[in-house]
Design a protein around this ligand. Structure first.
Ligand SMILES: NC(=O)c1ccc[n+]([C@@H]2O[C@H](COP(=O)([O-])OP(=O)(O)OC[C@H]3O[C@@H](n4cnc5c(N)ncnc54)[C@H](OP(=O)(O)O)[C@@H]3O)[C@@H](O)[C@H]2O)c1
Length: 266
């Protein structure tokens, strides 16, 4: 198995190494960060984290090198990093939200590149991750990476940049966005007691599990709950009046942010 290496020590790295500790407790993980102290903090989450003092050391052996830093940091990587990647036959795994495969090919010529958009739920082995790879990555490379990641996240291959952004913006930000939505739900329904909150969380989680496991359509499940003239029907009629505008607004504001970031990397 290739060496696992990570550039960056923020939230997403913390969630990745937490997930990796559960599936490979003995596997050493090289981590570089410009602020070295943050790498040492990561050892609380995974004692197999080893600090390297230079980012070129992330690929001294054949490695999967996860880049978990903002676009500005990826663009600033120097050419000797590309030489080290090529020499060790390593694979870049870029987790930056708005850097396309074409842009990565331009920044790291001839290099094996996988573009990955995960969410923090890989820390509980329930993440969702959108991915794409360039043509330099072999089937063997990709199979090895998929074999590792599939233990902590559901992998979905995007067929285009458009699909990557459309789906990835919701899946990568999902844990934050959906938590915010649930918070508003609790406020509007006047639920503040912890036990009552748990009742709502379990209702949401079990409903999503039912939706996934039963393979039933949304309308079929609604029809199992809503009776003509009843309470659920009144809730759904009210929701239909306000929810479309609310979610359209969120989607449009995220598209604007993606566009702004994309223009910065041109
Ligand atoms: N958080 C998520 O749920 C999530 C999901 C999908 C994708 N992502 C992507 O993952 C990347 C990191 O996100 P995060 O949430 O982990 O961020 P974060 O918690 O803010 O951590 C950012 C990390 O990047 C480093 N960094 C920042 N600017 C840098 C630069 N110019 N050069 C080199 N290193 C730099 C920071 O180093 P210092 O410690 O020295 O400041 C830190 O290690 C981003 O590209 C983000 O789009 C995040």
């Amino acid at each position: 198995m290739r060496q696992l290496s990570i550039y960056g020590s923020g939230h997403l790295t913390k969630s990745l190494i937490t997930g990796l500790r559960q599936i490979f407790p003995d596997k050493s993980i090289k981590v570089y960060n410009r602020t070295a102290d943050k790498v040492l903090e990561l050892q609380t989450y995974n004692p197999r984290v080893n600090y390297v003092a230079n980012y070129n050391d992330l690929c001294s052996d054949s490695s999967f090198v996860f880049l978990i830093i903002p676009t500005s940091g990826i663009v600033a990587l120097e050419t000797d990093f590309v030489s080290s990647l090529l020499k060790s036959d390593s694979v870049i795994v870029s987790c930056a939200n708005s850097v396309t495969i074409d842009k990565l090919n331009e920044l790291f010529p001839k290099t094996k590149i996988v573009r990955l958009l995960p969410n923090i739920n890989w820390q509980i082995k329930q993440g969702t991750t959108i991915f794409q790879s360039n043509s330099t990555v072999s089937t063997t490379d990709l199979t090895e990476l998929i074999d590792i990641l599939t233990r902590i996240t559901k992998l979905i291959e995007a067929k285009s940049d458009q699909e990557f952004d459309m789906l990835g913006k919701l899946t990568s930000c999902g844990p934050g966005l959906f938590t915010k939505i649930v918070e508003q739900l609790l406020t509007s329904f006047d639920i503040s007691d912890d036990i009552q909150k748990q009742a709502v969380y379990y209702t949401i989680a079990s409903t999503m599990n039912y939706l996934i496991d039963s393979d039933k359509s949304v309308n079929k499940i609604i029809s199992e709950v809503a009776n003509k003239g009843g309470l659920t029907e009144s809730a759904i009629i009210a929701a239909e009046k306000v929810i479309p505008d609310c979610f359209d607004f969120i989607s449009i504001s995220m598209n604007e942010k993606l566009l702004e970031r994309r223009q910065k990397t041109k």
